[in-house]
Design a protein. Structure first.
Lengths: 343, 290
């Protein structure tokens, strides 16, 4: 109550983003470079932002830092800000963070098979999340859990409440996780590869469910994925990360139809499509350099077909066009370089 | 409104009955449970059973073999061994259970803190555990009991402290495995505090091995109590305990072997009982097994 002084509901004022990450810079102990280097993005109410990139590019670390779940023993946040509804999260005490987590901001993890406590029934666990953030009796919390189970369309919800995690399939467990995350009507939901561990038909169901629930609740969704198919299906905006930096961001239409960074272009080319050509998929040569060999300039320079000495030594700033499409590349626009190939 | 609390109670019932059902279907565990219960009932009922005074001596019935008057015979000053066995069960079981309770209540929290928080706390607790573990269990118990002075209470404290490092180690190891589980991070993500996570997420998941270890340690502690009493550091005369009865009996092995036989069998049975029960509990309490 006392903290809600931000004018987030005032009509006419420009919409304040639910989550704004600004210049976030994180270094792991014992490493010489920043694992997360100046990451910037924001999500507005009711919108979905997909954070895309290959494994190890820092997507999950960024989301953990936003949730305040990054272990201080492992890493230090060197600079930057994480603002949630205008509140600076990095300055909050552990206790204040605990109040927010699972209440106003919630998270779903990649592995539904192991994300639930095996010794309690799934109903008890959802009820526990409810009781952590609301004053209510056990039976009211259970009633709320049941309501959430219905909303995430778990069949026979009354019976499933009393099931232990091992009695449910992966898809059902992920529904339970979603029910638990949404039980306190969060303003922000962070989902870290929520469908990666599920098979394809279940993936589609879970994505549909998340989209529907988001429309119902108006929550902002930060979806972390490496699957561009998922991005195309669910995202409003997309931010592409490479080696700890956001190298391109904008609306899905802008980024997908007119990618400006060679890495994004490479990602697009490496995505199989049903309608597309029959040729070989494009690959991006090489791999992410280890920290010691990371170039001082653009981090993609070691793999970029267009890189020159300037790229290797100077860090490209993010250029933002009028429609909010941002990219960090000296060589943009790429059309000049690749001619018709990219189209 | 009235329906909901009922279903809540049913949930709890269900959970209990699941473990109970599994335990019941395990015949060996039930056998162990029956043995343990048999001794517990005897120990509890000792004051009301129509048996002879365990400390009443009789110069006319010294070292008599089992007979209709003295079912298990008499000892070197004519006390009824049957009666002393029953009263001795109290000392043995009490020593076993209380000393393990001491070991668990001290050891498990240390292990939880050590494993969960790591760092310096962990280092300090673990080095102290190392030091305690460097001494053999019984030697440590004897040393502590001798230091505290001979009495059953002190023997229980000594045994409990000696058994504590095992529980610290066991708990810490389990915590290290459990705390990296995704559901612990999930618990952080729903805003639970460290204290609550330790109580609700870590402890229940490390509990089954601790329970099994506790049951097995009860058996060890009963033997340790017998050993301490045998050495005169436990139950003090004339009060009976199985260990002190063995102690006296060793002097009359050739003349009155029954004096040693009954306490020996009793210790063996109650130890086996606790071991079988412990194994059964381990299987029954694991929610991951079907």
């Amino acid at each position: 109550m006392q903290a809600d002084t931000s004018p987030d509901a005032s009509i006419g004022a420009p919409a304040e983003p639910v989550l704004a990450v600004e210049d976030l810079t994180i270094r792991f102990h014992g490493q010489s470079i920043d694992m997360i280097d100046g990451v910037d993005f924001s999500i507005e109410k009711g919108k979905t932002l997909c954070l895309v990139g290959e494994s190890g590019c820092g997507k999950s670390v960024t989301s953990l830092a936003a949730m305040g779940l990054l272990s201080r023993k492992a890493a230090t946040i060197r600079k930057g800000a994480v603002r949630f509804k205008g509140r600076e999260l990095l300055a909050l005490s552990t206790r204040e963070m605990e109040k927010l987590r699972g209440g106003d901001m919630a998270m779903i993890f990649q592995e539904p098979m192991t994300s639930l406590n095996p010794v309690f029934t799934v109903g008890e666990q959802v009820a526990e999340a409810v009781r952590r953030h609301r004053r209510c009796s056990r039976s009211e919390a259970r009633e709320r859990a049941l309501e959430m189970f219905r909303r995430v369309r778990i069949p026979a919800p009354e019976k499933r409440l009393d099931d232990y995690p091992h009695q449910l399939s992966g898809g059902m467990r992920q529904r339970v996780m979603i029910a638990m995350a949404l039980a306190n009507d969060p303003a922000l939901l962070i989902a870290d590869e929520p469908t990666t561990a599920l098979d394809v038909t279940i993936q589609a169901q879970i994505l549909d469910l998340m989209r529907e629930l988001q429309e119902e609740t108006g929550a902002a969704l930060l979806l972390i994925t490496h699957d561009l198919g998922v991005v195309g299906e669910i995202a409003d905006d997309v931010a592409v990360m490479y080696a700890g930096r956001v190298i391109e961001k904008g609306t899905v239409q802008a980024v997908f139809s007119d990618p400006q960074h060679p890495y994004t272009l490479g990602l697009m080319g490496s995505m199989p499509s049903l309608s597309g050509g029959r040729g070989r998929l494009m690959t991006i040569a090489g791999s992410v350099p280890p920290p010691a060999l990371m170039p001082a300039g653009c981090r993609f320079a070691t793999r970029c077909p267009f890189a020159d000495d300037h790229c290797r030594t100077h860090r490209p700033e993010t250029t933002v066009t009028a429609d909010g499409h941002g990219f960090a590349c000296f060589k943009a626009p790429l059309e000049m370089l690749v001619g018709g190939e990219a189209a | 409104m009235t329906v909901i609390p009922e279903t809540g109670a049913e949930t709890l019932g269900r959970q209990e009955s699941r473990a109970w059902k599994k335990l019941k279907s395990n015949k060996i565990a039930i056998f162990g449970f029956a043995m343990v219960m048999f001794f517990i009932v005897i120990a509890v009922l000792a004051p009301v059973l129509p048996i002879a005074d365990p400390n009443a001596t009789s110069w006319t019935a010294i070292r008599q073999p089992p007979s209709a008057a003295h079912w298990l015979g008499t000892d070197e000053i004519g006390r009824d061994i049957f009666s002393r066995m029953i009263w001795g069960a109290q000392a043995s079981l009490l020593a076993g259970v209380v000393s393990v309770a001491i070991a668990v209540t001290l050891g498990v929290p240390f292990g939880l803190i050590s494993g969960y928080f790591g760092g310096w706390t962990d280092q300090i607790i673990q080095r102290m555990t190392d030091a305690l573990l460097a001494m053999p269990f019984l030697i440590l118990a004897i040393a502590l009991a001798a230091f505290l002075g001979p009495s059953l209470t002190n023997a229980m404290i000594a045994i409990g402290l000696s058994a504590m490092p095992i529980f610290i180690r066991l708990t810490r190891g389990q915590v290290l495995a459990v705390k990296t589980e995704d559901y612990v991070e999930g618990a952080r993500a729903i805003g639970l505090s460290h204290g609550k996570i330790i109580r609700r997420y870590i402890l229940p998941n490390v509990f089954p091995p601790i329970l099994v270890q506790a049951t097995l340690t009860v058996a060890t502690a009963i033997i340790a109590e017998a050993s301490l009493s045998f050495l005169g550091l436990g139950q003090q005369p004339p009060s009976p305990s199985w260990g002190s009865m063995l102690n006296t009996a060793k002097n009359f092995l050739s003349q009155a072997p029954w004096m040693a036989l009954w306490p020996g069998i009793a210790i063996f049975m109650v130890v086996i009982g606790f071991n079988l029960l412990g194994d059964g509990l381990r299987d029954a309490l694991d929610p991951r097994e079907n």
